[in-house]
Design a protein around this ligand. Structure first.
Ligand code: ASP
Ligand code: MG
Length: 833
């Protein structure tokens, strides 16, 4: 056993303080872990002080009992029984039978005392904060006593210490202030006299100079550990809790949050004020003052190194350390012309609030001085409004200041880190990540220390904000796209397969993860706000899918409010398109081969782009024209780089391409159409292809993308079929008529041939006009030698005037279409911050 000596030479004392939180002593098995952690230190001859909380939930129950008793409700007795049994169960499980009776006897004395106290409250029908402090003190007294007994009985010398004898405070019950001078002396004296046994010290509780019981505030056991650690100048203060340390963000909201190996004292303080309550904020101060490191450890994962809080703000790889939040806040807006240039307004404002003990979370004032916004806890909002309106009653009456407006349903998100001050571009990153996801920022505050930038957002956007920011700051290289896929036919299935096959490559080369979160066809839909395993999507969707309701599908997307969402429409349905505006307005990008959205009215076409721009998302449809061929992108690139389109000529239907490319001497037109149908190249009724309507839609899209405000009716489409073919009732009749008209087609072909030309069904855009016509082209034309079912698009522009820019290749098929959709999805990702 090491002999403990105070102020040993230059080195810090080789002692450490271990503090165990409520969950660490919450169950028999967790107490077992605590005992082995202490035992291991003991076996290594390490000198240690132990501080423990009450068993988890006990403090709350004690408070509840006190309140019930004060309301003359004797059901507190049931809770008391329950608490008693919980402690007895620990003793039964962890202390051997022959040693139990002494422990039971001692516990019984304590429980009797507690019962008497509660009975007293019951009789006088009143419980003060002062009495409540005494009531809650039982939690830590019981847990630490039992711990000391377990260790002693195991043969490890341990000594139960009631911290009320060591930590002296003022009489601010419920949240007392420590008198360090007195306390430090008492602590040092106690430890100088008791060095041979491990001191097991109650957390949280303390006493006044009159020995009245006080507490250090909820969660105060951490603080007890720091007070002892600082007084004894220990080597390290270990806070043993139920998480792996201080994380980059709340792991319940941000799945990819990870443990920070090191944070500075200042960062720890900033972060502990927010959501992730890993340590009680005042804890840092005594350790900071003496440069004693604090290590956060997980009782349930003891081999993990956790987080070290120390003087060093190691920059690591990230500019910021964490993203925290306060889930519920209200914003108060104080404004009025009478505030401009007047000194003393904010002084009066905040003094008034302070007098009424309204805690202000965040303040912003525009330099116009026209308004001051402040965030408070929602439970303080009404009171704060009253206080302010009372203070400025005079100004309000005189219309110099307006009545205070309260806005609720808000949250604060804070980006924290000491290294922010040396870096620029942090707020740009913050706002673009939020903006890209359609999160509106209500108020912004940055302290000039630059350790913290806080923004106020709508509560419904909180989770999305945290995730988007976490991704932007911590996973700047690894992005996740959340994908909703509607349409699970050949293209949809192929797309999913391609994503699955490429996932490793995307992760490695592009640091992109595509996360499937929704699937639907016309019958069944499946949604998940987390992830749908891609390998087993089909079984899962078959088994767990519910009847498709597109409106519900879209509403669910909105309610999940996930960051970086892409909606893929692989259908050719008009109904799906009716939801596009809604999706874009909810900051969801859209990728689709469905032409209907772009080929409706011009107003609709325009609106989609307006919404996408307004909400910072993408609407991508490369596969609308020529499937996977880069037609739309090429056109866009030409235009954005300042080129001018003189003419676009294109064969935009694989079916019509095949038919006319095959129409040669000695082959009958009808036989080619039949062959095309047999090969599956045509629609069930080949007239749907031959009518040229689909091609018209495509040239309309190219025309609009070139800047023309054309309506569908403005496209001239040549009807190449004789009347009898058009009028035929059935497909069979159509083929009969087509055979009858053989000479008609043969004549057209022959005529062209005589001029050294071939027939091609060409969409043309020129001089502001678009048309689709059957034309005869000669050998100098790029379409002359086309074969098979290829699409071909030729752009004649200011730059490509002599020889046009030609794109040629397969313009249909599930593989190439899915690949084009896939490329658009990846393109959405490239626009992300
Ligand atoms: N038991 C006290 C509480 O629940 C103190 C602590 O756990 O730190 O607030
Ligand atoms: Mg606690």
């Amino acid at each position: 056993m090491k002999i403990f000596s105070l102020h040993s030479a230059k080195n810090k004392n080789t002692m450490k303080v271990l503090k165990f939180g409520g969950t660490s002593v919450g169950t028999v098995s967790s107490i077992n872990s605590v005992i082995s952690i202490i035992t291991e230190n003991h076996n290594k001859n390490l000198s240690q002080v132990v501080v423990s909380s009450a068993l988890s939930g006990v403090t709350n129950k004690l408070i509840a009992m006190g309140k019930l008793a004060a309301e003359s409700n004797d059901s507190y007795l049931e809770t008391l029984k329950e608490i008693e049994n919980r402690h007895y169960d620990v003793v039964k499980a962890l202390i051997d039978v022959k040693s139990q009776s002494k422990v039971f006897a001692n516990l019984k004395i304590v429980f009797n005392e507690l019962e008497d106290l509660l009975h007293g409250i019951f009789l006088i029908k009143e419980v003060s904060v002062r009495t409540l402090d005494l009531v809650v003190s039982f939690g830590e007294r019981l847990s630490n006593y039992i711990l000391a007994e377990i260790l002693t009985i195991k043969g490890i010398a341990a000594n139960y210490v009631d911290a009320r004898t060591l930590i002296k405070t003022d009489n601010n019950f419920g949240n007392a202030r420590v008198n360090f001078e007195v306390s430090n002396a008492l602590i040092q004296k106690h430890f100088a006299a008791n060095y041979s046994a491990i001191q097991i010290v109650t957390g949280f509780i303390s006493s006044t100079d009159k020995n009245e019981t006080t507490t250090l505030g909820r969660g105060g056991s951490d603080y007890t550990a720091a007070i002892l650690g600082a007084a004894l100048d220990v080597e390290v203060i270990e806070i043993w809790t139920d998480v792996d340390g201080i994380l980059t963000s709340d792991p319940r909201v941000v799945k990819k949050a990870f443990t920070l190996p090191t944070v500075s004292y200042i960062e720890a303080m900033e972060m502990s004020h927010f959501g992730a309550k890993v340590i009680y904020p005042p804890t840092v101060q005594p350790a900071f003052a003496k440069s004693i490191p604090i290590r956060i450890k997980n009782t349930f994962n003891p081999s993990f190194e956790g987080t070290l809080i120390s003087n060093k703000a190691e920059s690591g790889n990230f500019i910021i350390k964490g993203i925290s939040s306060i889930g519920d806040t209200a914003l108060l807006n104080v404004q009025g012309g009478g505030m401009v240039g007047i000194t003393g307004i904010s002084g009066r404002l905040f003094s008034a609030l302070a007098r009424q003990q309204v805690n202000v979370i965040l303040i912003t004032q525009a330099s116009s001085e026209f308004s001051i916004s402040l965030a408070v806890d929602p439970s303080d909002a009404e009171r704060a409004k009253e206080v302010i309106e009372e203070e400025f009653a005079h100004e309000i009456r005189g219309n110099k200041i307006e009545p205070v407006v309260i806005e609720t349903g808000l949250s604060v998100v804070a980006v924290i880190g000491e290294n922010m001050k040396e870096n620029s571009g942090i707020s740009a990153k913050l706002f673009s990540a939020l903006g890209m996801n359609g999160v509106n920022v209500k108020a912004i505050a940055q302290g000039s220390s630059e350790y913290n930038i806080s923004v106020v957002v709508k509560k419904i956007d909180l989770s999305k904000s945290l995730n988007a920011l976490h991704e932007a700051f911590f996973l700047s290289d690894v992005k996740t796209l959340n994908l909703y896929i509607v349409g699970l036919g050949l293209i949809g299935k192929t797309l999913i397969k391609q994503i699955q096959n490429q996932s490793e490559y995307l992760a490695k080369k592009h640091s992109l993860t595509i996360n499937l979160v929704g699937l639907a066809n016309s019958k069944k839909m499946l949604l998940s706000n987390d992830s749908i395993e891609i390998e087993s999507w089909e079984e899962n969707w078959e088994k767990n899918g519910t009847e498709t309701n597109l409106a519900e599908f879209v509403n669910t997307i909105k309610s999940y409010n996930l960051p970086n969402c892409v909606f893929v429409d692989n259908t050719s349905s008009k109904e799906v398109v009716t939801h596009y505006n809604d999706l874009l307005a909810a900051s969801v990008s859209i990728v689709t081969p469905n032409k209907l959205a772009n080929s409706g009215t011009y107003a609709e076409y325009k609106q989609l782009r307006k919404l996408a721009k307004k909400h910072g998302v993408k609407f991508l449809y490369e596969t609308n024209v020529g499937a996977g061929l880069p037609v739309i992108n090429t056109l866009e690139d030409l235009l954005t780089s300042g080129d001018e389109i003189i003419r676009i000529e294109a064969i935009l239907s694989g079916t019509l391409s095949f038919i006319f490319n095959s129409f040669k001497e000695g082959v009958r037109f009808v036989d080619i159409v039949k062959e095309a149908k047999e090969k599956g190249f045509t629609e069930p009724d080949p007239r749907d292809d031959l009518s040229g309507m689909d091609v018209a839609r495509k040239i309309l899209i190219l025309a609009r993308d070139s800047g023309l405000e054309l309506e569908p009716n403005d496209i001239e489409v040549e009807n190449i079929l004789p009347k009898s073919c058009n009028d035929a009732k059935t497909v069979e009749d159509f083929f009969v008529e087509l055979e009858n008209e053989n000479q008609f087609f043969e004549n057209r072909r022959k005529q062209a041939e005589n001029e050294g030309k071939v027939l091609r069904f060409i969409a043309t855009l020129e001089n502001g006009k678009a048309s689709v016509t059957l034309r005869a082209v000669d050998a100098t034309h790029p379409f002359y030698s086309l074969s098979g079912s290829d699409n071909i698009i030729s752009f004649t522009t200011e730059r490509y005037k002599e020889r046009p820019l030609v794109i040629k290749g397969p313009g249909a098929g599930a593989e190439v279409t899915a690949a084009g959709v896939f490329a658009d999805i990846v393109k959405v990702f490239h626009y992300l911050v």
